[in-house]
Design a protein around this ligand. Sequence first.
Ligand code: 5GP
Length: 113
Amino acid sequence: MKTLFEKIIAREIPAQIVFEDDLVLAIRDINPQAPVHVLLFPKQVIPRIAEAGPEDHKLLGHLLLKVAEVADKVGLKKSGYRLVINNGADGGETVPHLHCHILGGRHLAWPPG
Ligand code: 5GP
């Protein structure tokens, strides 16, 4: 069964696309937790970071490098932003397809709730 993000990659579910290349897609979160809330994920499904393996190191490196590029594209380079990856139940993961949350546009408290 396809994950929600695979359906978005396949354009079966609409999304506001911010960035796309052959390996990753970035979209606006449907329920933003900050003025800017972008999700960036690999097109290849890794359910969560705990399940990534050595074979994924190139893809994960690409993903992290694209975080900075996408954050710049949505105007967060100067003000800063937070990068979040939720893993498992206590982490608040709801979509089992590894994704980075890029949050910004306001000051974000620390520690998170
Ligand atoms: P997680 O909770 O797994 O870390 O993050 C999943 C994120 O996907 C949530 O922030 C949620 O708001 C977002 N989301 C859920 N359904 C959709 C959707 O249909 N479209 C978009 N753009 N985001 C979604």
